[in-house]
Design a protein around this ligand. Structure first.
Ligand code: UTP
Length: 296
């Protein structure tokens, strides 16, 4: 068991093509789709900051410039809001640019999540780091990432987040074969398979978009060829780490029971918007009253 120095780096892959959300994502990144009044990616960046991560690296690509603009200052707009005395909106605009310095690297070609993570190698160097997928929202009342970082520090391996899904859904996810560890609230991951064919999944535990990885994953990713869908899959690299020995090997899982949304999926996106909107003090009650009438 190792206890390393605190984890400070977060990698946020946001270079995917977002084909499930076309045509909305033809000229705009899916990470910029608004969830109530903030783009999805802002929730993800806020979660990283809340978890104590101070060094943020976003993986972007073509068509993704609005991501950088969103987290940058906008002096013209700020001045206009200041002149109007619109303090609330000014605060909201400034908040996005105050979440921290964000570094960017471009993926060049969307060759898969594994390839996107490999693009972070030079920035991350030789220390464990978190990965938060830019279209995956974890409810802000949850502490999933903090728990995962503790497990990484305790085990010295890599840590994934798992949710229980209906067996009919497993072929849309990476799936894990696990063993419980006595006395611990995390599990050992024996093997992983990306998008298993119907009826072949090792369990109904599916991988979601939070990871805390040992830097050994970079060397493995370099050797990982295209997998499911012709993409370089992070799941395949983690499978290699789960099956190997020595420093930085071993994969562990935290089973997450809280609320989470895949905003790259239309139905899950709509659920995120409705749930989070219905909890807003300004209009949540009005929205719920309207929805009751609409449904009946
Ligand atoms: P997804 O599989 O959800 O993204 O990847 P996608 O490929 O954009 O989606 P569809 O299937 O075409 O609709 C999960 C995360 O990994 C990033 C995505 O931006 C998303 O945050 N990703 C994926 C990359 O950064 N690069 C890639 O090559 C692929």
């Amino acid at each position: 068991m190792t206890m390393g120095k605190p984890i400070t780096k977060a990698v946020i892959p946001a270079a995917g093509l977002g084909t499930r959300f076309l045509p909305a994502t033809k000229a705009m990144p899916k990470e910029m789709l608004p969830v109530v009044d903030r783009p999805a990616i802002q929730y993800v960046v806020e979660e990283a900051v809340k978890s104590g991560l101070t060094d943020l690296l976003m993986i972007t690509g073509r068509n993704k410039r609005s991501l950088e603009d969103h987290f940058d200052r906008e002096p013209g707009l700020e001045r206009a809001l200041e002149l109007k005395g619109d303090k609330d909106r000014l605060d909201a605009v400034q908040h996005a640019s105050q979440l921290g310095p964000i570094h960017y690297v471009r993926q060049g070609e969307a060759k898969g999540l594994g390839h996107a993570v490999l693009c972070a190698r030079q920035h991350v160097g030789n220390e464990p780091f978190a990965v938060l997928l830019g279209d995956d929202l974890i409810d802000e009342s949850e502490n999933l990432l903090t728990t995962m970082m503790e497990v990484q520090q305790k085990t010295g391996g890599s840590v994934i987040a798992l949710i229980e899904v209906d067996p009919s859904q497993t072929s849309a996810y990476g799936c894990a074969d696990i063993t419980a560890i006595e006395g611990e609230d995390y599990v050992r991951v024996n093997s992983l398979v990306e998008k298993p064919a119907a009826g072949t999944a090792p369990s109904n535990l599916a991988v979601i978009g939070r990871y805390v990885l040992h830097p050994r994953v970079f060397g493995v990713l370099e050797e990982t060829g295209p997998g499911s869908g012709g993409e370089i899959q992070l799941t395949d690299a983690l499978q290699t780490l789960a099956a190997s020995d020595g420093e930085g090997s071993g994969v562990y899982g935290v089973v997450f029971k809280g609320r989470r949304y895949d905003t790259g999926d239309k139905l899950s996106y709509l659920k995120a918007v409705i749930t989070l909107a219905s909890e807003r003090v300004e209009f949540g009650e009005d929205l719920k009253t309207w929805m009751k009438g609409f449904v009946s």
